[in-house]
Design a binder for this molecule. Sequence first.
Ligand code: TYD
Ligand code: MG
Length: 456
Amino acid sequence: MAKGKKTLFFCQNCGYESPKWLGQCPGCREWNSFVEETVSATAKGKTTASGSTTGKKNEPVILADISIQENDRIKTEIEELDRVLGGGIVPGSMVLVGGDPGIGKSTLLLQVCRQLTGKGHKVLYVSGEESLGQIKLRAKRIGEFNENLLLLCETNLENIRSVIEKVKPEMVVIDSIQTMYNEEVSSAPGSVSQVRESTGVLMQIAKGMGISVFIVGHVTKDGSVAGPRVLEHMVDTVLYFEGDRQVIYRILRGVKNRFGSTNEIGVFEMREKGLMEVKNPSQVMLNGRPTDASGTAVVCSVEGTRPILIEIQALVTRTNFGLPRRTSVGIDYNRVNLLMAVLEKRAGLHLGDCDAYVNLAGGMKLGEPAIDLGVVLAIVSSYKNQVIDERILIFGEVGLSGEVRGVSMAESRVREAEKLGFTSCIMPKANVESLQGKYEIKLIGVANIKEAMNCI
Ligand code: TYD
Ligand code: MG
């Protein structure tokens, strides 16, 4: 082996390194995750967030002396994206966009490029996956681009760095990090050490030159960005692009954000001409819902700062087998089981010999406890074959003793319901008092699930 080269074992899950192969990773307790990779002795440990490897020493500064301007953020004018980013792109920040293949990551970033170049910003799009011709084809579907967008097909990071130094763009897109390689690291592109070192180099560029860098990362089968978790630690913002390829709606979710809230989501629709923003997701999600069918309820979930109304469907049937089947789509399976147990014990419903299927319409995934009451009432409605009026909105958290607990941001939920023409709200009693009389919509406060069941 060449001098200065050695091999190390890396955990593919968390990036833990060890000189020996280990069966279980001491860092993340994952089994069989170690892979041998060659690293050069010089490449290790040279990256820092401040880009101080250039030999220049950084001096401490008084906090009050640091000036920032909030309007420094570059707005992409794609509102759904700006909100997830916390109000626009922060110069010098690094954003990782993860998602399944074919979900629309390259399309989204190309659209961002189009917006920014349209406003006179200089952008460099580096592709290691597609040829210039392929990018051109995609760009043609999206629209017109001006001369501020520069394209580069390159995977060698040193070459990319010199191009960046030459053209001095304001934003760089790297599509994707798994195809990039750093000559100083001898393992293959896509390997843990290669991905980590490449990200390190890009971070130096981002922080050192004040360029915003968007990197595309592929996800593994279990849904995390391929390569080590350290990748997520290194960047400033991690966004996931989720959704079914069969469903046209795509959801951009902030998982980590050093410059804003991580609860925000952006909703897009994949059309022939690229991704379109969905500005009123509630209306879209409620489109085409059955009006006089049992087992459907409309709930309100607040994602970040925005309430989204969505339909929950439940189908409860007598089981033909000894063991009842239960499935849930878009909602946590264990939560559904728990709510069914609460219904059985506290409301006396005999669900033990029933199959139950619970489904969130529109391919959305929700985890907010405020949808509990809606799930409960949808199940009750299907079980009793009793239709819930289509103009009723339901929200509230359900506890183990069947009580309905108050939720946060009740007012914005009520307001959204009123805006969309709902006539009444079944909601936690605790939330009703502060809102009574302020809205035309009828507010029905309930303290437990039995009271709620009497309202439908
Ligand atoms: P792409 O951005 O290449 O996905 P990723 O980079 O995440 O792998 O998107 C690919 C899919 O999007 C592909 O199946 C075609 C579809 N698409 C449209 O439906 N309309 C369009 O205008 C574009 C550009 C792509
Ligand atoms: Mg792509």
